[in-house]
Design a binder for this molecule. Structure first.
Ligand code: FUB
Length: 367
């Protein structure tokens, strides 16, 4: 893929341009660079990586540096469908940045589907955690029965190499693991995603397949929506230490957000951060494309819906992480600026602000 971003001076504002090589009404030749600048100026932030496609960025500060663990999007022969079959990713790379304004470094491939004994396809959104000098890469993948499970691979540095455990985490299912390290030293995994993420096929952690359409198995529109799942991690970070539990997301009246409330109900991409002692659960609303957030005084919830952290991006999916770096907060997210295709995304970052009342100032990714 052509490195588009190298052609784009970051802050170049241009007037409306027709197309590459064409002549404007003022008889000036419009260059390729100007066209790219024109497109770039539409966005709040520019792609961090532009020589391959990246998505679902989970960012952390480890050993004083920023490390990003994204999906590695690839062109696929698999036709697009509502279950995301065309998101046919094969491996993971890790990226690092010395600071939020430093160049990003591709630390290379750290794990491939062939390195994971139980995984057959579709390495979706990963996350990583550090404990006592060991690094854990958590990832969802489909097994030989095309059922998503969550695996873990272990390394001695934030950039791996990571060695996958021979089996998925016992009792794991669905997608989008994110592991939150609480201030008391506990680690919790939040996971789950509906439609292609298969969460609707489970109740109380038991598989109960109600059909193959994306919405088969979802509650009725006037019933409580499915929530993300939480489980405390075992001391060795390789298993759940408890039976996973569903998290409740409530509205301002204390009633559950309903399945038909597509602007506010959980779809996928759960992420937790803590600010001023409050737990913030942020997540994608999927088919309405928001990154919403809800707050609680307990990592298990219930969480109360508060609003939107990130408005819809270009592309169908919206998936993010929120991280503090040297006292400032950032959101990492993705869009489809470089490709225009839903399954070929590029990661980005932008500052995120907590306001005095604890709310998050909504970020608009498109100017
Ligand atoms: O990247 C594949 C899937 O798309 C992720 O697991 C979802 O969160 C969505 O971003």
């Amino acid at each position: 893929m052509k490195n588009l971003f190298n052609l784009v001076p970051a802050c170049c504002a241009v007037m409306i341009l027709a197309s590459c090589g064409k002549t404007t009404e003022t008889n000036e030749t419009v260059t390729e660079t100007e066209v790219i600048d024109s497109i770039a100026s539409k966005y709040l932030s520019q792609p961090l990586i532009s020589d391959h496609y990246t998505a679902d960025p989970s960012a952390h500060v480890f050993e004083g540096k920023i490390y990003i663990y994204p999906s590695h999007d690839v062109e696929s022969e698999v036709p697009e469908d509502d279950l995301g079959a065309h998101f046919n990713m094969m491996d993971y790379h890790v990226y690092s940045m010395d600071s939020p304004t430093s160049p990003i470094v591709d630390e290379g491939k750290v794990l491939g589907v062939d390195d994971i004994p139980w995984a057959k396809r579709q390495l979706w959104a990963p996350d990583a955690a550090e404990k006592e000098g060991k690094y854990y890469l958590y990832f969802p993948a489909k097994d030989e029965n095309d059922i998503f499970k969550i695996g873990v691979a272990v390394g001695d540095s934030p950039t791996g190499p990571f060695t996958a455990q021979p089996e998925p985490i016992k009792g794991s299912y669905s997608i989008d693991p994110s592991v939150y390290e609480d201030t008391d030293g506990s680690y919790y995994m939040y996971f789950g995603g509906i439609w292609g993420g298969q969460l609707q096929k489970y109740r109380n952690n038991k598989f109960d397949d109600k059909g193959s359409a994306p919405t088969d198995g979802l509650p009725a529109d006037d019933e409580a929506a499915l929530g993300p799942i939480i489980a405390k991690m075992s001391g060795d970070m390789l298993q759940f230490a408890e039976t996973p539990k569903e998290i409740k997301i409530l509205d301002e009246n204390g009633s559950p957000i309903l399945n038909g409330d597509n602007d506010r109900r959980f779809f996928e991409a759960a992420w937790v951060h803590k600010y001023n002692g409050t737990y913030y659960l942020s997540y994608s609303t999927g088919d309405t494309h928001y990154i919403a957030y809800a707050t609680s005084d307990n990592p298990y919830g219930p969480f109360t819906y508060q609003g939107v952290a990130l408005n819809p991006v270009d592309g169908w999916t919206n998936h993010h992480s929120i991280v503090e770096v040297d006292g400032e907060w950032y959101i990492f997210y993705h869009d489809t600026q470089l490709s225009g295709k839903t399954h070929l995304r590029n990661i980005k970052m932008a500052p995120l602000k907590h306001l005095a009342d604890g709310s998050i100032e909504t970020i608009d990714p498109i100017n």
